[in-house]
Structure formats: structure tokens, C-alpha cells
Design a protein around this ligand. Structure first.
Ligand code: ADP
Ligand code: MG
Length: 691
């Protein structure tokens, strides 16, 4: 019989040395239960290997030492300043430390305490260290063993890291003993991956006997975290594939073959690969749940068009959903053109299609006379009934909520879903975010595309760049000047953009200069964008509201102000607004400092969106990749997508293979996984159910 873990699930308040008052303080550290306490890990460690031997200190050094207080006291200088003194000893020697003006330390630092101090060493009647920081590692009498590593814990007001450590120390054994028999990862995996068992890992993290123990222990927790995330993804994927009746969209290629033959170009190898992956998925009855990733202009739309036709030739309907009306209209125009040779005419449904026109569209969709629909979220409203929706293509999915995806799924009997994104996502992040999706990547540009010439310029070159923009406009081209969002205030942002607009309108008096920013209504924004699209507006002054999607082939210049304030992914998106036509295009990113940042240099160095996304992940971490409105990036406590990439791939492989063979985790050796999943990820499983 296993006893229920009592302490692990008990409130922190009942842990030794805690009580109600400290419990409140622990709450600020997100520690509420015994389990939380056990997982409240040191954020750094100090030990004899990370500090300087006292004998080695020289005046002029900045030093960190650990030593035991052998004597102490308060002295008064001739200027009557009271100075606390303590002499520290380690295995190599003695040093005097002095804290001018801090006599009260005499009450908190005791003879025999083990201190960690850091600060400059100077010459004053011999060597003297003036600590900038000090930490009492151990009270007196606890014995100094050489090489002992001291964990330093995240602390909070009213709860010092020493108190945290003492409390963890007092409870560690009993908490760990409750983990006995609760190892969830199969022993064979731990052996293969060289990872310690759970209990041992936690013990090593709290009380390492050497620093070298810490990293394998962290990797163990990281692997477990990544594995359960992937297990959730794999189960969501499995549920979707098996529990909803899907459609096999498998018919002779009466439309798709002629369509591909009608294109004025040959598909790139990457497009062919993506297309054959999509075909294979669509042909089987299990619902497709696939992400199609490709840089701006890599030719995703052509592949999506083929997929929509595949649904149509099998006797079903296909729908393409875009995040804004403008983008929906743009997709509608390009699909109408692309599909003309095979005589398929798509219909458009957006919020501004109303009245009789709307009724006609709704009819055509419900009686099945139209096979391909393009639209906004208007496509998933209650009134819309498809006769037989077989495929949903969703453009720029990270702008769509899970809810919308779910609704679109309900429009038919689990239609195949193809999610398109032009925001390159590093594979590791894609796996963490969209592990439940299969992924196709178009990582190759159509031949003959001229890369956008990119420059990063300082303040001295602004004039030249703005004059260059004038020349381009004089030749009939169009351009953009983009300002970063002023995050604190839309009002400020609008004001700044408005001021710039006025200035530029004056400067380019012979041209039409338009303005879009976040304070404009959708209708106002739309109006300006339409006039830009029609070529009536030559220069668009904008905040990042233009970031996604708009396609104006005649635009050849993109000037980006305060470029340091953009993420790499954003900069790359902005650059993607130009270079869409036959003319050579240019992008200039202005920086305000003397030297461009590492990020901007990387930006100028390549036009490969995937390379930039990897770089962005490295420089800024996953949370920043899409800006702050991006939701759904899982909080990883122990894993690091950059460092633990190999672990992530491994975790994904294991999760998928388990779910394939034993989806309900019923096998004897999978039961501990199941128990952990139910106990600690139950709430998240609901979240991941929807693809
Ligand atoms: P994306 O949707 O990925 O931004 P599009 O599908 O809109 O890219 O393609 C961008 C442009 O490239 C379009 O004008 C399209 O006709 C063209 N294109 C697509 N695939 C190819 C190809 N294999 N060879 C040449 N041009 C292509
Ligand atoms: Mg496109």
C-alpha cells in the first residue's frame, strides 16, 4: 500500500519553521505547498571553487571570499566614523574586512559565522577588503568542510535566503521521503539519457556535494518538464486523429494536377515537399493538423491553393481564414487569379459583406455550389453553414485564438486544418508551442528573387536615406517609414507618429503621405491602406500596425526608426513588406547609438528568416519573440529551449512513440506517467485538447 503524500500536498504553513506569517511571505515566491517548497530551487551556488583564496588577494582586486569570522568589533576613526571590522579566515589565510558607517552589523554578524563577502581589496595598514555585499552562509559551530557548496535561494522581503535555506534544510528529508516510489520516468530512459532519478536530482540541487552535480540534476527536471509538455501535445494530437471522424479527401487529381501545370513557374523543392506532406495527410481519414511555415514570399499561398483545390476535387469545400479584412481581400484576389485557369471561383465573406450579397454567399456555402471560401472570422459565425467543409486553412495563426480554431473545426466534421505562418519560428520553439501539430517548412525562396538590400545606419546617414526615398518615389515607387510602438501609451505613440507625419508631408510636399497608427479606427486604417494599395498614397508613415501581411509590390523602400526597439522577428516582418515586386528593394534600419547592436548587425547580415529567428531566440529568449501579446508560450521553469534542444527532440520522440503504442498510458511501466499527468497536468490537458 502506498501512503498518500501528505506533506507534499500540505500547505506551506505546516512545514517545519514556517507558520502563518512566513507562509504569506512564501506565497510571494509562489510557494504554497510542500511540493512547491521542494521545487523552490537555488538560483545560484557559492563554493570554494567560485571564490578567491584569501592568500591570493592583492590590493586593487575585486574579490569574493568565503571565510569564518575569527574576531570582530566596532572601531572609531579620527573623524568619529564608526566602522565595523571582522577578520575572516579560510584555509589559506586571514583578511580584515571593514564596513565604514555600519556599526549595527556588530549585532548580526557573530564570531564563528561563515561569511561570503565581495568587494574591492585595498591597502590600509595591510590588505583590507571593503565588502559591497555580504552573506552569512552558516551560523557558528556548524563546522566548515572544505568544498561544501552553498545554495543561495530566491528570497523576498521578510524572508531572507538564509531563512529559506534553513526551512528547506529542515524539511528536505521528509519531503524527499514522500517521493519514494514515485519516480515516473522509466529507469531505462534515465540510464539512456544519463539522468539521475528524481529524488537524487532534487537532493543534488538543494545540497550538492560538488557544483558538478547541479547541471545533470537540472537536466533531469528539464527533461521531465519537456516530456510532459510533449506528452500533452501528443495526446491532443492522438485524440484529434482518432476521436473525431475525419474525412479522406482522396480523389483523382482532376483539379490539382491541371492547377500545378497551369502555374507559370515550377514549384521549388521545398514547396513540393510541403505539398506532398499535405497531400498525404489529406488523403487519410484522420484529420490533418499541420503547420505550414515559410518566410514571406516563399510561396505558401500557392501550396495552400493546391490544398483547397484538393478538398474541392474530392467533393468537399475549403475555407481560408485571414486575421483582417484587408488580408482576406488580398488572399481573395490572389486566389481568384491563381484558380482562374482551372475555372474555380472562390467567394469572399467578411464583416463588411452584408445584406443581399451576404445572403447570396451564405447560400452558396450551405448548398455547396461554391467550393472555396476566403474570409475573416466572419466565416466561423453561427449563421455560416458549409455544405461539407473538408479543409480549413488558417493564415497567421498566432493572431487567432484557440477558440476561433475550435469553432472553425466545428463548421464541419473535423475538417483537415492547415495553419500558415510567415513568422519563422525556430524548430525548438515550434515544438514547444505547437508540438501537437505536424510541421511543414518551406525553407527555400523561389529562384530569381532579389534579396532586399539592407543597411543599418546611424544618425549621420538619415538625410541621405530620406533623400534616397524621395528619388525612389520620383521614379514611381512607394515606401514606408515605420516607428516603434510606444508601449506605455497609445496616445503618445499616436502623437509621435502624427508629428512625424506632418514633418514628412511637408518634406515630400509633391507626394501623398499617409498615416496609420494604433489609435485609428479600423475603418480609418483600412481607408489609408486601401489608398496605399491603389498607389494614391506614395509614402506610408506607420507604427507597427502594418507588420502583418499587406502586399504592395510597388513598395521598394522601408525605413525603420529606432530599430533597436524592435525584435529581430519584427524587423524581418517589416522588411518583408518590400521586395515583393520586380524592382530592387531597400530596407534601412536606423539606430541611435554609435554602433549598431548585435541584433541589428544580425538583421543586416541575412535575409533568412529562420536564421534570424534562431538568433532572436538566443538573444532574447522565447517570450519576446512575438512581442508581449503572444500567448501560449509555455512557462518553462527548468528547461531552456536553446540549451536543451536535444532533450526536447528526444522528449518529443518518446512522447509520440508512447502515445502511438499506448495512448491511455495503461501499460504497467507507463502508469507512473499517467498518474503524474492526471495529478499535475490535468488542468492543462483540457487546454491542449484543441489543435
Ligand atoms: P507567401 O504566401 O509565402 O508569402 P506567395 O505564395 O504569396 O508567398 O508567393 C509570393 C510570390 O512568389 C507570388 O507572386 C507567387 O506567384 C510567386 N511564387 C510562388 N512560388 C513560386 C515558384 N516556385 N517560382 C516562382 N515564383 C513563385
Ligand atoms: Mg501570401
Amino acid at each position: 500500500m502506498t501512503t498518500r503524500p501528505f506533506l507534499l500536498s500540505s500547505s506551506i504553513q505546516y512545514m517545519k519553521g514556517v507558520g502563518p506569517r512566513r507562509a504569506e511571505r512564501f506565497e510571494r515566491l509562489d510557494v504554497r505547498t510542500g511540493r512547491d517548497l521542494l521545487y523552490h530551487l537555488p538560483h545560484r551556488y557559492e563554493d570554494a571553487t567560485t571564490v578567491d583564496p584569501i592568500a591570493s588577494l592583492q590590493p586593487g582586486d575585486a574579490a569574493t571570499v568565503i571565510g569564518r569570522v575569527v574576531s570582530k568589533g566596532v572601531l572609531r576613526t579620527r573623524t568619529r566614523l564608526r566602522v565595523f571590522h571582522a577578520v575572516l579566515r579560510d584555509d589559506t589565510g586571514l583578511i580584515e574586512c571593514a564596513w565604514p558607517g555600519r556599526p549595527w552589523l556588530d549585532r548580526t554578524i557573530k564570531k564563528g559565522d561563515l561569511l561570503l563577502v565581495s568587494g574591492p581589496v585595498r591597502f590600509y595598514h595591510g590588505r583590507q577588503l571593503q565588502p559591497r555585499e555580504h552573506t552569512v552562509l552558516d551560523g557558528s559551530g556548524e563546522g566548515i568542510e572544505g568544498g561544501r557548496v552553498f545554495p543561495v535561494y530566491p528570497a523576498t522581503e521578510g524572508l531572507t535566503h538564509r531563512q529559506v535555506r534553513a526551512i528547506i534544510d529542515a524539511n528536505l528529508e521528509s519531503l524527499l521521503s514522500e517521493l519514494e516510489g514515485r519516480e515516473r520516468l522509466p529507469a531505462a530512459w534515465l540510464a539512456e539519457l544519463h539522468l539521475p532519478p528524481l529524488e537524487e536530482a532534487l537532493l543534488s540541487l538543494h545540497r550538492p556535494s560538488a557544483l558538478a552535480e547541479v547541471e545533470p540534476a537540472r537536466r533531469r527536471l528539464a527533461f521531465e518538464e519537456l516530456f510532459f509538455l510533449q506528452l500533452l501535445h501528443a495526446r491532443a494530437r492522438w485524440q484529434l486523429k482518432t476521436q473525431s471522424p475525419g474525412i479522406a479527401l482522396d480523389a483523382p487529381p482532376s483539379l490539382t494536377d491541371p492547377f500545378i501545370a497551369s502555374l507559370p513557374f515550377e514549384l521549388t523543392d521545398a514547396q513540393k515537399r510541403a505539398w506532398s506532406e499535405i497531400q498525404a495527410d489529406m488523403s487519410t481519414p484522420a484529420p490533418m493538423n499541420r503547420l505550414l511555415q515559410g518566410d514571406v514570399g516563399s510561396g505558401k499561398t500557392v501550396v495552400a491553393a493546391a490544398a483547397l483545390l484538393k478538398a474541392a476535387e474530392a467533393g468537399y469545400q475549403g475555407a481560408l481564414m485571414a486575421p483582417t479584412e484587408l488580408l482576406a481581400e488580398q488572399h481573395f484576389r490572389s486566389l481568384s487569379e491563381l484558380l482562374a485557369p482551372v475555372e474555380v471561383q472562390p467567394v469572399l465573406l467578411t464583416g463588411s459583406i452584408t445584406g443581399r450579397q451576404r445572403a447570396v454567399v451564405l447560400d452558396a456555402l450551405s448548398n455547396g455550389t461554391r467550393r472555396i471560401a476566403v474570409g475573416t472570422h466572419a466565416l466561423i459565425q453561427d449563421a455560416v453553414r458549409f455544405e461539407s467543409l473538408g479543409l480549413a486553412v488558417i493564415d497567421e495563426q498566432h493572431r487567432f485564438g484557440v477558440e476561433q480554431r475550435r469553432l472553425l473545426r466545428q463548421a464541419g466534421t473535423a475538417p483537415d486544418a492547415l495553419v500558415m505562418t510567415a513568422t519563422p519560428i525556430p524548430r525548438s520553439l515550434a515544438l514547444a508551442l505547437y508540438g501537437d501539430l505536424d510541421i511543414s517548412v518551406i525553407d527555400e525562396m523561389p529562384p530569381g528573387r532579389r534579396p532586399v538590400v539592407t543597411g543599418v545606419r546611424g544618425p549621420d546617414s538619415r538625410e541621405a536615406a530620406f533623400e534616397f526615398l524621395r528619388e525612389q518615389m520620383a521614379e514611381g515607387r512607394q515606401g514606408y517609414v515605420v516607428y516603434p510602438l510606444i508601449e506605455e501609451s497609445e496616445v503618445l505613440e499616436a502623437r509621435a507618429a502624427t508629428a512625424m507625419h506632418e514633418q514628412l508631408a511637408e518634406r515630400y510636399a509633391e507626394f501623398e503621405v499617409g498615416l496609420v497608427h494604433g489609435r485609428l479606427s479600423a475603418a480609418e486604417k483600412d481607408d489609408v491602406m486601401r489608398r496605399f494599395l491603389a498607389g494614391e498614397v506614395h509614402l506610408l508613415v506607420a507604427t507597427t500596425v502594418i507588420e502583418v501581411g499587406i502586399d504592395v509590390p510597388n513598395a521598394t523602400v522601408m525605413l525603420i526608426e529606432d530599430a533597436e526597439r524592435f525584435g529581430l522577428a519584427q524587423l524581418h516582418q517589416l522588411r518583408g513588406r518590400v521586395g515583393r515586386g520586380a524592382e530592387q528593394s531597400y530596407c534601412v534600419a536606423f539606430h541611435s547609438g554609435k554602433e549598431p547592436s548585435e541584433r541589428l548587425s544580425a538583421f543586416a547580415g541575412t535575409t533568412d528568416g529562420f536564421a534570424l529567428a534562431e538568433e532572436d531566440l538566443r538573444l532574447r529568449g522565447p517570450g519576446d519573440l512575438f512581442g508581449r501579446e503572444q500567448h501560449g508560450i509555455p512557462m518553462l521553469r527548468f528547461a531552456d529551449l536553446e540549451r536543451d534542444r536535444a532533450l526536447l527532440e528526444d522528449a518529443r520522440g518518446r512522447a509520440r512513440s508512447i502515445v502511438e503504442h499506448d495512448p491511455e498510458l495503461e501499460q504497467m511501466d507507463h502508469r507512473p506517467l499517467r498518474r503524474e499527468l492526471v495529478e499535475h497536468y490535468g488542468d492543462r490537458e483540457e487546454l491542449y485538447r484543441v489543435g
